[in-house]
Design a protein around this ligand. Structure first.
Ligand code: UT7
Length: 329
């Protein structure tokens, strides 16, 4: 089988029009703009409407990525959607997106590894292209987490938002992919999960009444894990690529908490202007946060050919990962 390099040819993103601000949250919860801003860096989140599903957000981001690449849906050989909020338990949201785009008989599947979804997806999509299995793969991180949030739980209701980011990967003589490091620890699912609605605990009326259809999170525990893993996995990925902290031009981290991002950036010795942060605008959009940040950074012209980027994320599983990437035009 042919071996080739891979590059990202274009990205696109989409977020629903409706906005939920910290001031809106102050009116319905025992919280404050001051607390949310200082503890998380968040100011606003975009929220999908009742009739907007994850595939709708993914579709809008996909169309923008295709337009930015001047490609048609039929030019894509495989669609991957990273999401923890699929339209249905099955079929896969990627199949729905491919069909809505008009792509016929195309490979499509979902990746479910929560907020690490884009990092895992980028590793899988790059491998599919570099191995020669597919020439072009579209990877979309898309979420409607607002539908999984208990509006009465101030520990989670302030954090999560909706959005989608799409990238198109393509076979290339020059290789962008430098390394990937992935990990997981499933021994403590109880600290971050949706307790009911799966085969362990189907969504019965009593589970519904107990609010077990919503995200449950022990924030402080997840925070400690996140800081440690962001640093460790970034270092491992850099080592695999024979790179040092000084080689990194851009850090594009999962947007879960500005304090987590700041501590990783400080460890890496990166100044704020080298870290892509948009948490104030979107909150935590799980698998969508990194591709939205990348899409915005590309649109603003920040990322230049030859730049080394570290994509790093962590989340439910628990799971974590980092990919190092050299931008190829
Ligand atoms: O995407 C991956 C998954 N998620 C994450 O990565 C999230 C990781 N965790 C976090 O970002 C932080 O732990 C949170 C933002 C969730 C919470 O911040 P914290 O600094 O860890 O706060 P805490 O949970 O230690 O709570 C401190 C205090 C508590 O009050 P007491 O016990 O000290 O009186 C909380 O009850 O803040 C209180 N609190 C709030 N106060 C106002 C918790 N949530 C709120 C709130 N508004 N929304």
């Amino acid at each position: 089988m042919a071996q080739t390099g891979v590059r990202i040819v274009a990205a696109g993103h989409y977020a629903p029009a409706a906005i939920l601000t910290n001031e809106d949250l102050e009116k319905v919860l025992d919280t404050s703009d001051q607390w949310i801003t200082s503890r998380t860096g968040m100011k606003r989140r975009h929220v999908s409407s009742a009739d907007e599903a994850t595939s709708d957000l993914a579709l809008a981001a996909a169309r923008r990525a295709l337009a930015n690449a001047s490609l048609k849906p039929s030019d894509i050989d495989c669609f991957i959607v990273a999401t923890v909020t699929p339209d249905y338990v099955f079929p896969a949201t990627a199949c729905i997106v491919a069909a809505k785009l008009g792509a016929k008989d195309t490979a499509a599947f979902d990746i479910e590894i929560a907020c690490s979804g884009f990092i895992y997806g980028l590793t899988v999509a790059s491998s599919l292209v570099r191995s020669g299995i597919f020439r072009r793969v579209m990877l979309i991180g898309a979420e409607t987490l607002s539908k999984l949030v208990n509006r009465n739980d101030r520990g989670t209701a302030i954090l999560f938002g909706d959005g989608a980011g799409a990238v198109i990967l393509e076979a290339s003589a020059a290789d962008s992919f430098l390394s990937s490091e992935l990990g997981s620890d499933g021994s403590r699912p109880e600290i971050l999960r949706v307790p009911a609605g799966g085969s362990r605990k189907p969504l019965t009326p009593s589970a519904w009444d107990a609010g077990e259809q919503y995200i449950y999170m022990e924030g402080r525990e997840v925070f400690k894990f996140a800081v440690t893993k962001m640093i460790a996995v970034t270092d491992s990925a850099l080592r695999k690529a024979n790179l040092t902290h000084a080689d990194v031009d851009w850090l594009i981290p999962h947007q879960a908490n500005k304090r987590i991002i700041d501590s990783a950036a400080k460890y890496l010795g990166m100044s704020n202007d080298k870290v892509i942060v948009n948490i104030h605008e979107y909150g935590n959009t799980s698998a969508a946060s990194i591709p939205i940040a990348l899409s915005e950074a590309l649109a603003s012209g920040k990322i230049q050919p030859g730049n080394v980027i570290v994509f790093v994320g962590f989340g439910g599983g628990l799971s974590w990962g980092a990919v190092t990437w050299r931008w190829v035009a």
